[in-house]
Write a protein that binds this ligand. Sequence first.
Ligand code: SAH
Length: 246
Amino acid sequence: MTGRISLVGAGPGAADLLTLRALSCLQAADVVFYDRLIDPEVIAMAHPGAELIFVGKHVGAHTWPQERINDVIVAAALRGKHVVRLKSGDPGIFGRATEEMSAARAAGIPVELIPGVTAASAAAVSLGRALTERGETDHLVIATGTCKPGDPAPDWAALIRPGTVLALYMAVRAAGDMRAALLAAGVPSTLEVQAVSEAASPRERTVTTTLAQLPDAMRAGRISNPAILFLRWPKQAGAAQLLAAE
Ligand code: SAH
């Protein structure tokens, strides 16, 4: 009998940010394939008899190529297992979920997605503020600083304008290039930038700075991966203040 595959969002780290649906799925799993960013406390919530397999990868240094992950999860499901593929945050945000769902569907295996708390939500909480602020920012853009190898660099200036919060994933290394591109495009150097690393963990660190001070402020604040960068460009009064401060 064919098993099934659940692509489960584990949230940003803290075990109590797991959804009840994710928890019940973990407790029903025969085998759990998990990533590098998954907290050991979350993995410990799996069924005691479940097989636990690390398929972690590092940005730029893939120890487990995506195709191999696709193959092993499909193979386990074809052996009749209920496979949980545990991913950090929300599996549908920079989580390679499409590749794994396609592999499952191509093999005729039922597959489901279980959403999770994405890193940007947790990082906003670390800063004690909302992702969108009425009258200031009504446009939330989620983007990544690390594209597929061979892809052109992101068009940074196209991602932000007055009224925008830009939440950047995997952008620590790209911060210097992003700063240069935005300043060259005329984005105010006083634009507020906040960075949060390891949100929702005891190691969480935050930095509040300006575009001009990035990435020096990130170095001083010891912001390293995994981290979210927020660029906030408020509209109306906020934008006028930014320009006046230049
Ligand atoms: N699917 C995940 C994102 C995976 S991409 C989600 O929805 O959150 C990995 C990137 O997510 C990291 O490089 C970092 O930018 C971000 N990230 C994941 N966990 C994080 C955390 N606890 N704190 C800050 N950023 C995090």
